[in-house]
Design a protein around this ligand. Sequence first.
Ligand SMILES: Nc1ncnc2c1ncn2[C@@H]1O[C@H](COP(=O)(O)OP(=O)(O)OP(=O)(O)O)[C@@H](O)[C@H]1O
Ligand SMILES: Cc1ncc(C[n+]2csc(CCO)c2C)c(N)n1
Length: 267
Amino acid sequence: MIPAMEVMSHSSSFLLPADEASAKRYALIVLNQNLPRFTPLLWEHAKLRLCADGGANRIYDELPLFFPREDALLIRNRYKPDVIKGDMDSIRPDVLHFYLSLGTKVIDESHDQDTTDLDKCILFIRDSPLNQESSKLQILATGALGGRFDHEAGNLNVLYRYPDTKITLLSDDCLIQLLPKIHRHEIHIQPSLLGPHCGLIPIGAPSAKTTTTGLQWDLTDTEMRFGGLVSTSNLVKGEKITVESDSDLLWTIPIKKQDPNKTLRSG
Ligand SMILES: Nc1ncnc2c1ncn2[C@@H]1O[C@H](COP(=O)(O)OP(=O)(O)OP(=O)(O)O)[C@@H](O)[C@H]1O
Ligand SMILES: Cc1ncc(C[n+]2csc(CCO)c2C)c(N)n1
């Protein structure tokens, strides 16, 4: 008998205030781009907080700006990364010394010029004792999109390098996740936070057959490939979407800007 394909469930409860989110087991990686407006919320509930090389400059420079009435030094002391890892060509010396003095673990891998700082941080999380087989950490990476296209492509590539790890790439505007072909996928949408537009994109390889439910333009055993059809500017119809495909696909959906006090506040 052919075993039934396991369902993989996706939710964005990490964008909800603490009291509304159920399971929040994730590690946060801050990349070297502008911090999204919901960074303090993600930081406060992360089990592990990493900065990829120059990402540490962003925490140092930009986190105090979220709290204009508070003393910048107090904020920097409160938002201390657990780990700074990378090839260390972008972190400023003053920032490095500041976090070393607070006790942050700094891992200099300048000898490795073949993998990105994001790769290096993902390997740290995978090997961490906090990441247990019975209860794996999801990974959220801020600042992964918008900006230099070579970096964006490198960031997308890590989704394909570690398909067994749930990784969400985030910017201020949207999120991207990989939907591995070995699973059927159930994506749960909080309409107040996400949508309504969305995309299903066969970046790594063409798909001969993809089937979805819950979208305005559902696919039924439909072929998708670059040079042919890729599903962009689709629309989510309800709160649950299902996807099944013979290829790994990227799922992307915008993060809504309105109602910031109600939805994307720390809590
Ligand atoms: N403009 C960008 N767009 C998307 N991701 C970025 C961008 N800049 C940096 N990143 C991400 O942040 C990580 C750390 O950035 P950092 O600037 O320290 O990298 P870097 O290795 O010094 O880059 P490079 O030497 O190519 O300028 C990168 O590995 C990448 O994942
Ligand atoms: C074919 C090839 N292209 C580019 C690089 C350069 N590179 C890739 S990742 C990285 C580290 C960035 O922190 C650097 C410098 C390489 N090694 N091999």
